[in-house]
Design a protein around this ligand. Structure first.
Ligand code: NAD
Length: 478
């Protein structure tokens, strides 16, 4: 018997959760349910995180969380409970299988069967944003080596456990050489440890286009957070309906399972929503807690029900579907099919075994870090980069000389183009003339000179080399 935390959520949440629990309990799931309240009511009672402290304690104690969709109220101040839960509990891996159910659910992609593994904690989702000048705002994209290693290893271990043949990595490392570059580099390193699994890398733009057009070319796809967020919805949608896909959020200690869709408030209380997405989340949960026989039984009964043409409104199609049913009738049809297997769709068989749990991450020894210079970001409303360079040169020290100015990344000094459009946000790079190491004291002196010269320095970024390798981007055009 495994104790799990259940939240019925908002909108269609309670209906699809009741349907899901009814099915898995009828299939023999050995679970004890502890229910908590999260979402709209908690938000509106004045708790901006949508969850009470006692509920966190329950989730952390039980470690397994089955969550229905919730409504995040419109308006300022309400934090997304999903993002908070993933990060608080260290649920670094978001697993979203997207498989078409042709010819029973209409799709342009009859042989699609992909699993998107999305990094769940970092990237642009740190929510670290600042307005820096009148004209420019910034969002920090943070990618870590532990984050990359954990998610990439998870993708390969998932492929191994579920007998998948290939893992593809999507990044934009032709542009983001440091952040996406690290993700790609770690992918190449870890892929070597799995010679039995094919691996490949695609630049995200053409990779996404290929996935939307020819999804059968892919198997498991691993990618950073934002790309995974967008593309997993695309992948789910093109299988036939977002209402069919479930998702697992896996961490070293805890795991959360859900549908990928939202709370569909307009459909609430009508017994019409499709419970399949949450049911798919629950099937992944059963596999995760080692009840693979129950997971298999539920999945095959669900496939048989889809195959029987017993469909909720979202996938109902005249000529293909046989019977339009509500949420509870659909659940009952799945229960009636427990023990049956699909005849046209491929029946599943899950190997006996427990959760796919990876060893705890062990930190590597730190590299040798050397300070090579500084980028000083300056707020300046002039338009001539040469004029700005003239002012900046007054700040220079013997050890730190102005070597470059960029505006929105493009080099404008020395030898910029007059055609380049410039904002009021300038990155001004100071390094030693001969590539020597500099000191933080030099940087403090440089900034002090900026004050004396009335230059508005808004932030600095230190320029480092790690183990002798320069670890910062050049100016575009440099
Ligand atoms: P949504 O996913 O709730 O609905 C999008 C469309 O899909 C609607 O037309 C809806 O009727 C349909 N749909 C969704 N699930 C369905 C199902 N199971 N069966 C049949 N049809 C279904 O997205 P939205 O309207 O953008 O968001 C509504 C609320 O859900 C918002 O408050 C949003 O913040 C929240 N949300 C929550 C989660 C979550 O808790 N994981 C995820 C996404 C959105």
């Amino acid at each position: 018997m495994t104790k799990i935390t259940v939240a019925k959520g908002d909108g269609i949440g309670p209906e699809i959760m009741d349907a899901t629990l009814k099915i898995i309990l009828a299939a023999g799931a050995q679970i004890e349910i502890e229910e908590i309240e999260v979402g709209e009511k908690v938000y509106l009672a004045g708790n901006t995180s949508g969850i009470a402290k006692e509920s966190w304690d329950i989730i952390r104690k039980n470690k397994i969380f089955l969550k229905a969709p919730i409504t995040t109220p419109q308006g300022g101040g309400y934090k997304s409970l999903n993002v908070t839960t993933r990060k608080f509990l260290g649920l670094y891996s978001n697993v979203r299988p997207c498989k078409s159910l042709h010819p029973f659910v209409k799709t342009k992609h009859p042989v699609m069967d992909i699993v998107i593994i999305r990094e769940n904690e970092e990237d642009l989702y740190g929510g670290i944003e600042h307005q820096q000048t009148d004209e420019v705002v910034q969002c920090l994209k943070l990618i870590s080596r532990p984050g990359c290693e954990k998610i990439v290893r998870y993708a390969f271990e998932y492929a191994k456990q579920y007998n998948r043949k290939k893992v593809t990595c999507f990044t934009k490392d032709n542009i983001m050489k440091q952040t996406d570059g690290l993700f790609h580099q770690v992918f190449d390193e870890i892929a070597k440890e799995y010679p039995q699994i094919e691996n490949e890398h695609w630049i995200i733009d053409i990779g996404a286009a290929k996935m939307a057009d020819t999804p059968e070319a892919f198997d498991v796809i691993v990618m950073p957070n934002l790309y995974g967020d967008v593309l997993s919805d695309v992948a789910a949608q093109i299988t036939g309906s977002v209402g069919l896909a479930g998702s697992a959020n896996i961490g070293e200690e805890c795991a959360m399972f859900e549908a990928i869709h939202g709370s569909a408030p307009k459909r609430a209380g009508q017994n019409s929503a499709n419970p399949s997405g949450l049911l798919q989340g629950a099937v992944m949960m059963l596999s995760h807690i080692g009840q693979t026989d129950v997971a298999e039984k539920v999945q095959n009964a669900w496939l048989k029900t889809i195959e029987d043409g017993v469909h909720t409104y979202d996938i109902f199609k005249e000529g293909v579907s046989k019977q339009k049913v509500g949420t509870m009738e659909f659940a009952q049809a799945v229960i009636d099919n427990l023990g049956n297997r699909p005849e046209v769709l491929k029946a599943v068989s899950y190997a006996k075994g427990t959760a796919l749990s990876l060893p705890k991450y062990k930190r590597k020894a730190a590299a040798k870090k050397e300070l090579m210079g500084v980028d000083v970001f300056v707020d300046w409303r002039g338009t001539s980069p040469d004029e700005l360079a003239y002012l900046l040169k007054k700040m220079e020290l013997e050890e730190l000389k102005l070597t470059m100015i960029t505006n929105r990344g493009i080099k404008v000094y020395p030898e910029g183009f007059p055609e380049t459009f410039c904002t009021d946000h300038w990155r001004c790079r100071f390094t030693s003339n001969d590539g020597n190491i500099v000191s933080k004291k030099n940087i403090v002196q440089l900034l002090s000179n900026a004050i004396t010269e009335n230059i508005d320095a808004i932030k600095t970024e230190n320029l480092y080399a790690f183990d002798g390798k320069l670890a910062f981007s050049l100016g575009q055009g440099q």
